[in-house]
Design a protein around this ligand. Sequence first.
Ligand SMILES: Cc1ncc(COP(=O)(O)O)c(C=O)c1O
Length: 354
Amino acid sequence: MKRSSRLEINLDALTHNLSVVRKHANDANIIAVIKANAYGHGMLAVARHLAGKVDALAVACVSEAHYLRDNGIDSAIVVLQGFHNLSQLDLCFQLDLQPVCHQSWQIELLKQHQSDKQLSCWLKLDSGMHRLGVPMQDAQLYTEQLLKLAAVKKLRVMTHFASADEENALLNQQQLDAFNSYHAGLTLEASMANSAAILSLPDTIKDWVRPGLMLYGVSPFADKPASVFGLKPVMTLKSYVVAINQLPAGQAVGYGSCWSCSRDSQVAVVAIGYGDGYPRHASNGTPVLINGKRYPLVGRVSMDMITVDITATGAAIEIGDEVILWGEELDVGEVAECSTTIAYELLCNTGRAN
Ligand SMILES: Cc1ncc(COP(=O)(O)O)c(C=O)c1O
């Protein structure tokens, strides 16, 4: 069922952003991270567009990879959480997926697995984030165990940064040093860098890089907009004006009456709300573009509507006029900041709703 809001996905911008990844990552192989419905952009459309342009795709879980295979995607697929049980491991073999092994029980399951097929897999090391990954002190042991398995045709290694978006975080160097001291002397291909590391920590670019956010044209840094890196937004979220109200000074607007007109005001109602993935916590003043001009959101975000103060408009705004909530002329990062969240969440939520 269609709602009034509309997502526009610019696949040329995706291609352009991939060229920005290449510029930073030199000759590294590229794993495009397309989990969570490609950060809301539509996993299948993005996978089809990137097939043949990148070296692998990455998803979070086996079911996402299964969906891609069912729909004809035959690219290499890395499963970032690996398999959660035996039947998912079976699927990794059947569908030729590349699971990430990050826990000792996964390695045990792989050791016991009876299959005449082989798969490529990744060993993930916990270099300091303490989310997924085997402890650094056990890394050598697990590496040797996996290298001995006939079922493993190729082993690669990876780790993930906790604070790559903070260029000066001490932990970045500590994680890099921990990973390098494990990897020294090994000939296994390695991967460390996500978008923030690709853009700001060149020493972390190994054989493979794993960009997500930057591919979608969004900056991973709170203090640097995407344009600084030449990234172009892939997603534009649009709707239109459905009502315009003339309100005298002192009148309150919306649920909870949490914003009142300080002067005689003109308030536009736009057909988009948290039911469409627009953030409910967007604060008064969050920018909204109507006919290409910025206006402040006022009052509480409802399920299907927001209210925008257009009193200051020089040009007439009419019912049906186009509204852009984020996209090419309005950075999703700015909307995220006004909503005390991050661009990743806004993109993903929109993709779930539309
Ligand atoms: C293991 C791993 N690698 C790479 C990425 C991509 O990160 P980003 O979107 O910040 O580039 C993610 C995303 O969460 C991830 O979990």
